[in-house]
Write a protein that binds this ligand. Structure first.
Ligand code: GAF
Length: 393
């Protein structure tokens, strides 16, 4: 059975209960949320200035809170599996030393966003964070926290309201405070997500074009392997560096500018690993454009085929998949009515995404459960709204 996605109002209610417990007040002044994302195709292309096709999820991070009179900040998390202190306090007075990354690690995202916020000085605040985005599950729990905090701060002190600049500030927070040299996809889709639409993002111009998912159409099934990935400790930074090496060898600013013909021409001068990394990026960028076109036409079989090609390339050329994700994808593809399936996000654990006919959902879940060596969780999802301010009654 697919799990149900918790309602945003339930998360807000949980955060408000904690707010009352922690601060002794009934009603916070502000409530906001920002979603996680699933990437349909275009993996490891964003930091190569290529294309990506993600959509915002109904899974969100909620922040509720109020302004403090001074510059003191207290934040409490209700995250279920936080194995670190759930409360952190610091002062924004003086230099920025209070914002240095440390423990608890979840608070580093908050500190990073404060540090890179586009208006200063920021007032102090007290806030509670609650999230339905699985932590470390490849669905951008970190970007959703960054964007939720930024959106919350915008209610306390307006920053001019430019969405792209907001995404870039949140991305910077991830670079400086989580040590992950991520691209821009996760933050941008968490801000700009639209109900019923995937977003084709040009990660060079940062232009975003909506790609409607027409109803009644196929469904999107997310399968969490529950194998936690750790981007910071993983090979993510190494992949990025390998791509830069390939671009330099090709005499290009980024792999976005390279063609397979040009890559073949320098093959003899390139290390085989670098060649394979570059090949993935060049072909994945092209696949993403084709996939967006296929989705617009409702050509789901073609879209599914491109998803599978993407997965195979991530497995064989980019080497960011793992046995568990491969098992889940292979199992999904054995079921009638499945158009395509692939790992999604940075890799090394986390989730797969599967496009399938509505009548095949139960069969697909059962089959994946049977074939999978671990314990997976499943949910059906649809494209949802990006970051927003929530009503408080
Ligand atoms: C992670 C990163 F944060 C994104 O920027 C992107 O590179 C993705 O991995 C891989 O496509 O989610």
């Amino acid at each position: 059975m697919a799990a149900s996605v918790p309602a945003v109002s339930d998360l807000v209610a949980a955060a408000r209960r904690q707010f009352t417990r922690s601060f002794g007040e009934e009603t916070p002044q502000v409530a906001v949320c920002a979603p996680g994302r699933v990437n349909l195709i275009g993996e490891h292309t964003d930091y190569n200035q290529g294309f990506v096709l993600p959509m915002a999820l109904p899974l969100v991070t909620v922040v509720v809170g109020s302004l403090n009179l001074g510059q003191d900040v207290t934040i409490v998390t209700v995250a279920e599996d936080a194995d670190e202190p759930r409360e952190v306090s610091f002062s924004l007075a003086g230099d920025n030393s209070a914002l240095t990354p440390g423990v608890p690690r979840w608070a580093n995202y908050v500190k990073g966003v404060i540090q890179h916020y586009r208006a200063s000085p920021l007032p102090g605040f007290r806030a509670v964070v609650a999230s339905s985005v699985p932590l470390g599950g490849g669905l951008s729990s970190s970007a959703s926290l960054e964007v939720a905090i930024y959106t919350f701060l915008q209610q306390l002190k307006p920053d001019g309201g430019d969405n792209v600049a907001k995404a870039l500030s949140c991305q910077k927070a991830e670079h400086t405070h989580a040590g992950v040299p991520c691209g821009i996809m996760d933050q941008l889709v968490s801000i700009l997500g639209k109900e019923g639409q995937a977003l084709l993002i040009d990660c060079r111009s940062l232009e975003v074009s909506p790609v409607p998912l027409v109803l009644p159409g196929p469904l999107i099934l997310i399968t969490n392997s529950n194998l936690k990935h750790s981007l910071a400790n993983s090979e993510y930074a190494k992949r990025r560096q390998q791509c830069e090496e390939a671009a330099t060898a090709l005499g290009k600013k980024s792999l976005r500018d390279a063609t397979m013909k040009e890559l073949e021409e320098v093959k003899s001068r390139l290390d085989d690993v670098i060649f394979r990394r570059a090949r993935h990026v060049i072909e994945e960028t092209e696949r993403t454009l084709q996939a967006a076109e296929a989705l617009r036409r409702g050509a789901y079989k073609e879209f599914g085929r491109l998803m599978v090609e993407s997965h195979n390339s991530l497995r064989d050329l980019y080497e960011v998949s793992c046995r568990e994700l491969d098992q889940l994808v292979s199992a999904a593809l054995e079921v009638d009515g499945v158009f395509g399936s692939r790992m999604t996000g940075g890799g090394f654990g986390g989730c797969t995404v599967t496009l399938l006919e509505a009548h095949s959902v139960d069969k697909a879940i059962l089959h994946m459960q049977e074939r999978f060596s671990g314990t997976a969780t499943f949910f059906i999802t649809s494209p949802s709204e990006g970051a927003r301010v929530l009503p408080l009654s």
